[in-house]
Design a protein around this ligand. Structure first.
Ligand SMILES: Nc1ncnc2c1ncn2[C@@H]1O[C@H](COP(=O)(O)OP(=O)(O)O)[C@@H](O)[C@H]1O
Ligand SMILES: [Mg+2]
Length: 231
């Protein structure tokens, strides 16, 4: 794999790994597909890490518990935003950068785009501030590939309800699930807007209503097309 020069948190940084991020609404299949990508890379002996936000570090897990617990649904929106960003700083510094420096492909379930869409688009918070803090945490760094898993909120929420009914999705993951459908529509529109603009050519829109295996085939094509791995 080619060495690349990146510029991370204000320092010049040499890293040879790649970052793949997954985003999309609740129940779109992000965690399912992140695991499938990880299993696929492992079966091909490609060094990789599977991680997530929030909660990809010890401190991040504590933050995740606060953020996703339904009993905290009265959280002040600025507190919520700052906690997501604190989780990101910890995770980027302790997991993503070391992984990339060790030449790994880092697969991250949610990243910066979820903040743009959930806090920026849906909650109407200050995008300039979000950009400013991201610059403070990440420098000029951006993911190599961002998979936007798109499905109708109705389909995603039905999947989530099924998981809740059979106990495979825990309450601590479900705070956003109980938001009104209009909130989920805003989330979907926000991600579609990002995919359409495709800044830095890092986005890839995936139809997440297809079967799990078909979705994964589209993801594999994106990974090859973006040169993350060779065919
Ligand atoms: N393409 C798909 N078709 C049908 N069910 C799916 C699909 N992708 C995921 N699921 C199921 O939907 C539920 C939610 O998936 P999950 O990966 O947890 O979503 P997310 O992480 O985006 O919230 C899980 O039970 C999963 O098995
Ligand atoms: Mg998930």
């Amino acid at each position: 794999m080619q060495k690349e020069i990146g510029f991370i948190t204000g320092r010049c940084c040499i890293y040879s790994g790649k970052l793949i991020t997954l985003c999309g609404g609740e129940g779109a299949g992000k965690s399912t597909q992140a695991k499938k990508i990880f299993d696929f890379f492992q079966s091909e002996n490609i060094p990789c890490i599977l991680t997530k936000e929030p909660g990809g570090t010890k401190i991040g897990l504590m933050i995740r518990k606060i953020l996703l617990s339904p009993e905290n649904s009265d959280i002040y929106n600025k507190t919520e935003l700052l906690l997501y960003l604190a989780d990101r700083a910890e995770h980027f510094h302790k997991v993503i950068v070391p992984g990339l420096q060790n030449g790994k492909i880092v697969i991250c379930d949610r990243f910066i785009d979820s903040t743009f869409v959930y806090q920026g688009e849906a909650r109407g918070m200050d995008i300039d501030f979000i950009n400013y803090v991201h610059k403070y945490i990440l420098g000029d760094f951006l993911p190599d590939l961002t998979l936007v898993l798109d499905c109708r909120p109705k389909s995603g929420l039905e999947r989530v309800d099924r998981d809740l009914a059979c106990g495979t999705r825990t309450e601590d993951e479900s705070r956003f699930d109980s938001e009104k459908i209009s909130f989920h529509e805003k989330i979907r529109a926000g991600f579609l807007k990002l995919a359409e603009k495709n800044e830095n050519a890092r986005f890839y829109l995936i139809d997440a209503e297809k079967t799990v295996d078909n979705v994964f085939e589209s993801i594999k094509s994106a990974i090859i097309e973006k040169g993350i791995i060779q065919n």
